[in-house]
Design a protein around this ligand. Structure first.
Ligand code: CP
Ligand code: NVA
Length: 337
């Protein structure tokens, strides 16, 4: 396989099936090294900038800990920390940072900014979430799915995605389905089905996509699946006044006891990238529950979130191991397998 050295990750389909499988294997290898307290530092002295136009808990911390564990240094640049975009163009800022850092993680709104950042900085750029994509999240999700079914190929695993299927998670999950053969049922009202224009590159390469189904019929969409994946109904960057419309249209697609029963699968597992609005214990959770007179979760009920079927904390931990694999494969010339 061609080495991943200095390869950027702007969207999941920048990587081939073989490269994704390599990254998953490397994540498993690095996870074991960490658990065994025998971690080698493969990227000692490398310098990484973490640029965030939006808030983050998991992505930021996973990049920071992955870098520390591997001997690299990071600089965190939050939404109000730099001149980027306001007093200085993306082009100029990218040229400056490209001369100081070995690689950059960028979480932003628009994919064009990330593409431009790569172009002008001339260093590898990892997309840490945009309005359209969230590739480092889906890498962690693929690892989590593999941990549940270690010997099953992705094409034999079925996942339903329910809720807002036009967001970054649904889009990237669709890319994963195209690349790995993972069976995906997009289960949402028609107006929330993915726009798919972002998929043109991979649709051209792989025309057959019999593993992907679009339906607004919940019963049909979740029957016999191995996983149900959901995400918040209103993503970062969307206006708050859209909550009313989205709750009205997406409430039937909430993950709850009734939906799990419809799967007819006693081993059903639930995936969520987090943060999740499943109770009133966050400020936003409290506000939305009270405003819309809801008492048991938005996209997922509190009881299901708190049950054993929920893998979201495994997914969160796997952000660390998969992001570490990304850093190591991009910043070290070592080939592991
Ligand atoms: N899942 C995810 O990307 O979480 P953060 O927004 O906390 O990084
Ligand atoms: N769709 C969500 C994902 C958060 C990790 C958002 O963009 O806010």
């Amino acid at each position: 396989m061609k080495t991943l050295y200095k390869k950027s990750l702007l969207q999941l389909s920048d990587y081939t099936y073989k490269e994704i499988i390599y990254l998953i294997k490397l994540s498993q290898f690095l996870k074991k090294q960490k658990y065994d307290k025998k971690e080698n530092k493969y990227i000692k002295g490398k310098n990484i900038a973490l640029i965030f136009e939006k808030e983050s808990t998991r992505t930021r911390c996973a990049f920071e800990i992955a870098a520390y564990d591997q001997g690299a240094n990071i600089t965190y640049l939050g939404p109000n920390d730099t001149h980027i975009g306001y007093k200085e163009s993306i082009q100029d800022s990218a040229k400056v940072l490209g001369r100081m850092y070995d690689a950059v993680q960028y979480r932003g709104y628009n994919d064009k900014i990330i593409k431009n950042f790569k172009k002008y900085s001339k260093i590898p750029v990892w997309n840490g979430l945009t309005d359209t994509f969230h590739p480092t999240q889906i890498l962690a999700d693929l690892l989590t799915i593999k941990e549940i079914y270690p010997t099953k190929p992705f094409k034999k695993i079925k996942c339903a995605y329910v809720g807002d299927a036009q967001n970054n998670i649904a889009n990237t999950l669709l890319e994963a389905a195209y690349i790995t053969g993972l069976k995906i049922n997009i289960v949402a009202p028609k107006i929330y089905w993915p726009k798919k224009n972002f998929l043109f590159k991979i649709i051209k390469q792989r025309k057959k996509n019999k593993n992907i189904i679009y339906t607004d019929n919940i019963k049909k969409g979740v029957r016999n699946v191995d996983f149900i994946y959901t995400d918040v109904w209103v993503s970062m960057g969307e206006k708050k006044d859209i909550w009313k419309k989205k709750i009205k249209e997406l409430y039937p697609y909430q993950i709850n006891k009734k939906m799990l029963k419809m799967t007819d699968n006693k081993n059903i597992k639930v995936l969520h990238c987090l943060p999740a609005l499943h109770d009133k214990k966050s400020i936003l959770g409290n506000e939305i529950h009270n405003k819309f007179n809801i008492d048991n979760g938005l996209e997922i009920t509190h009881d299901i979130f708190n049950s054993d079927v929920n893998l979201s904390f495994e997914q969160s931990e796997n952000r660390l191991h998969t992001i570490k694999a990304l850093l190591v494969s991009c910043l070290s010339k070592k080939s592991f397998f």
